[in-house]
Design a protein around this ligand. Structure first.
Ligand SMILES: Nc1nc2c(c(=O)[nH]1)N[C@H]1C(S)=C(S)[C@@H](COP(=O)(O)OP(=O)(O)OC[C@H]3O[C@@H](n4cnc5c(=O)[nH]c(N)nc54)[C@H](O)[C@@H]3O)O[C@H]1N2
Ligand SMILES: Nc1nc2c(c(=O)[nH]1)N[C@H]1C(S)=C(S)[C@@H](COP(=O)(O)OP(=O)(O)OC[C@H]3O[C@@H](n4cnc5c(=O)[nH]c(N)nc54)[C@H](O)[C@@H]3O)O[C@H]1N2
Ligand SMILES: [Mo]
Length: 664
């Protein structure tokens, strides 16, 4: 972002025209970011609750009063119940390393607070992909234009990654075909050459079918697999069990399509398979993503520039290995772990010892992003729970706080950020002074540390010092001087045009692991297979809840961020649920009517959009709106489960059965 400042006020914002990925353009979410910074409803001073919990009634407080209150309540909880009764809760409100979880982690460690397992986004898939590839660079998006066959699998980049989408557009202009694998006709699927609509959670079966089709046609890359993989023989033996017809039957995709796409993927090189997060939100997802990652290997795609597999670029994103700065050594002893997607249980489980008595939340909006809303709300409503929320706006979570502390935006603080998709590190220079009395997260935790009496020198390190320390952990190939002068720098791990043409994967032996023996310890098959979803494939449950609900991203919000801004809110419209005409007819529903969607966990109201954008048996209700947009305050998250995957401990948002009925 390039920000123009006049008289101390930011007056213009745009993309950096020199940036190799954004090339001067911002996306539909942030191109009016100045309206966010200067929004009339921004929180600009501390707030202390005056009304009942959740009512959103507060009075203005000074920083001194608010911090004293927080420090004394946290001290009290720690003395009475132990540090583990304090639960930090944060995610990626900012992806900055300084304002993310650095000073905050030190404070929480020193308090002996519970450890929050932060796996709400991509971890199920990550565990799967890393099992197959090890931690090593994937295909650099800047090489994607060389691809001639692109599969966007469970990924909707036209909405969720518009800057990466441009590289796919360039590949297509040069003749590439685009295949989208998604039960829903997303914006990306709409413009694809081929749209494959599998049953939710059946992707591994589809992948096995694609691989079997390659082998049947004799177009797989035998030589590359012999040289650069382990378990090639075992994978071929597994494919013997997976005739294309079996894969077609389980995935609900016709056999001819499976055959054709499988063969084309192997023969139209370079072929690229890019995974999104949508398909890894079910109980069998780690195995599924590991299996899908074998498709480009069997096809020999890694030989070619632009060919291979990409997901969240984990190796690149974790190249700056700063986590030691969080100082786990400050902990008074071992602490328990609580998973962020099981917040409802953590707050409500009477057997938990010690119970959670204080919640400190920043960079996240759990009332809307965590599953099983009714349990989360019941927990936040507990009178014996002390809740602090550090926020820019009075979100649905902040409304439940006892104390709200005002946070700066991207324009007002110092940071460096990793990327969710491209291979660059970003420098975040403050453009303007903090608005009102807002403070950067790190500053708030520094002030809190002082009030808690923490005197280790690490608690007084300024943001400049923290940034220096973070960058000091960067590998020498990252030019941190260039980062500061130019604002961005490539994370060069030697990925080049063909990172794995000759192996060099991040596994122990450098080979791609078609067989991964350590999976057996977890009770999983070491060889790629189809591990079914929990609810989506449950025929008995389907008798009561006939529809599989997916809750993907909206186009104009970033999770729930920006959903309170007028332009984005208007552009996104009202919350909808997309229902196939056959299912609508069966339930007696008309397009445009209000419907109730629910299961044993909860229900929500939405406007039915009757359309063949979904396959029969599947309904789609995107997530992101705040409670004000929902007719009874609840959204699709009221129906989602707190269950976690065995590998990765990740949520299963898209493995969720519901029933639908008229609410009129
Ligand atoms: N506009 C916008 N952009 C965003 C975000 C946002 O909220 N809005 N959020 C950001 C974040 S945090 C992330 S992690 C990324 C996520 O970006 P994406 O990976 O694109 O995320 P989703 O929209 O959740 O899922 C993509 C697609 O997966 C499909 N899907 C669901 N279940 C299955 C399945 O079982 N199999 C298959 N094959 N497909 C399935 C959904 O229908 C959906 O269209 O986007 C980032 N960018
Ligand atoms: N059903 C369902 N649930 C999902 C998903 C899904 O697809 N379906 N997606 C999941 C995914 S992929 C993700 S990543 C999570 C996202 O979960 P969250 O990271 O909680 O996402 P947001 O809703 O964007 O909330 C971030 C909050 O941080 C605040 N914020 C931004 N910058 C700062 C800052 O500098 N300081 C402070 N203190 N606050 C700041 C914003 O105002 C915003 O309210 O949601 C998950 N939940
Ligand atoms: Mo995410």
């Amino acid at each position: 972002m390039v920000v123009t400042v006049a008289d101390g006020r930011a007056v213009r914002i745009g993309g950096d025209p020199d940036h190799p990925v954004t090339a001067g353009s911002l996306c539909a979410k942030v191109n009016d970011y100045l309206d966010r910074v200067y929004a009339p409803d921004r929180i600009l001073h501390p707030l202390v609750r005056t009304g009942p919990k959740g009512a959103g009634e507060f009075r203005r407080a000074t920083w001194d009063e608010a911090l004293d209150l927080v420090a004394s309540r946290l001290t009290d909880v720690r003395e009475r119940c132990g540090g583990e009764a304090i639960l930090p809760y944060s995610y990626l409100g900012t992806m900055g390393m300084v304002q993310g979880n650095l000073m905050s982690a030190r404070v929480m460690n020193k308090l002996g607070a519970s450890h929050l397992e932060r796996t709400i986004c991509a971890d199920a898939g990550l565990q799967g992909v890393v099992t197959t590839h090890g931690l090593s660079p994937e295909v650099d998006p800047e090489r994607w234009p060389a691809a001639r066959y692109v599969v966007a699998w469970a990924w909707n980049p036209l909405s969720t990654a518009p800057h990466l989408w441009r590289f796919i557009v360039r590949a297509r202009k040069a003749g590439a075909r685009l295949v989208v694998v998604d039960p829903y006709r997303s914006r990306t699927a709409r413009v694809a050459d081929v749209h494959i609509q599998p049953r939710p959670g059946s992707d591994a079966a589809l992948a096995l079918g694609l691989m079997r089709a390659m082998v049947d046609a004799g177009v797989h890359d035998d030589a590359w697999c012999r040289e650069h993989t382990t378990g090639y023989r075992e994978l071929l033996a597994r494919l013997d069990e997976w005739p294309v017809e079996r894969a077609a039957e389980i995935s609900g995709v016709d056999a001819a399509t499976v055959r054709r796409v499988g063969e084309e993927f192997a023969t139209t090189q370079p072929s690229l398979l890019r995974l999104g997060v949508g398909g890894q939100r079910h109980a069998g997802a780690p195995m599924a993503y590991r299996t899908i990652a074998c498709v480009p290997a069997l096809a020999g795609s890694w030989r070619h520039e632009g060919g291979g597999c990409s997901y969240i670029p984990t190796a690149v994103a974790s190249a700056v290995a700063w986590s030691g700065l969080q100082r786990e050594d400050l902990r008074p002893g071992p602490v328990r772990t609580i998973n962020m997607s099981a917040l409802g249980d953590a707050l409500g489980n009477p057997a938990l010892e010690p119970p959670v008595k204080a919640l400190v939340c920043w960079n996240s909006n759990p009332v809307r992003v965590a599953p099983d809303t009714n349990r989360v709300l019941a927990g936040l409503g507990r009178d014996d729970l002390f809740t602090v929320v550090i926020e820019q706006f009075l979100t649905d979570t902040a409304r439940w706080a006892d104390v709200v502390l005002p946070a700066t935006t991207q324009l007002e603080h110092l940071d460096t950020l990793w990327s969710w998709g491209h291979h660059y590190l970003t420098y975040n220079e403050p453009a303007v002074a903090p608005c009102g009395e807002a403070k950067p997260n790190a500053e708030i935790f520094r002030l809190l540390a002082a009030r808690l009496g923490f005197d280790d020198p690490c608690f007084t390190e300024t943001d400049e010092v923290l940034l220096d320390s973070v960058l000091a952990t960067a590998p020498p190939t990252i030019d941190t001087a260039a980062l500061r002068t130019r604002g961005w720098v490539k994370v060069d791990l030697g990925q080049g045009p063909t990172p794995h043409a000759h192996g060099g994967f991040g596994t122990a032996d450098g080979k791609l692991a078609m067989r991964a023996d350590h999976l057996a310890d977890l009770g999983l098959d070491p060889v790629p297979t189809y591990d079914p979803p929990a609810e989506a494939a449950d025929e008995t449950l389907a008798e009561r809840f006939p529809l599989a609900l997916l809750t993907p991203k909206t186009h104009f919000f970033l999770n729930t961020t920006f959903a309170n801004q007028a332009r984005q809110r208007t552009a996104q419209g009202e919350p909808v649920v997309v229902v196939h005409p056959d299912d609508a007819q069966h339930a007696g529903l008309d397009d445009g009517q209000t419907v109730r969607v629910g299961n044993d966990r909860g229900s929500f109201l939405a406007t039915a959009h009757v359309s063949d954008e979904v396959r029969p048996g599947v309904v789609v209700a995107p997530m992101g709106w705040w409670s004000e947009a929902h007719l009874d305050g609840l959204g699709p998250q009221a129906t989602t489960s707190q269950r976690l995957t065995a590998l990765g401990h990740a949520p299963i948002f898209n493995d969720n059965r519901v029933a639908i009925s008229s609410a009129e």
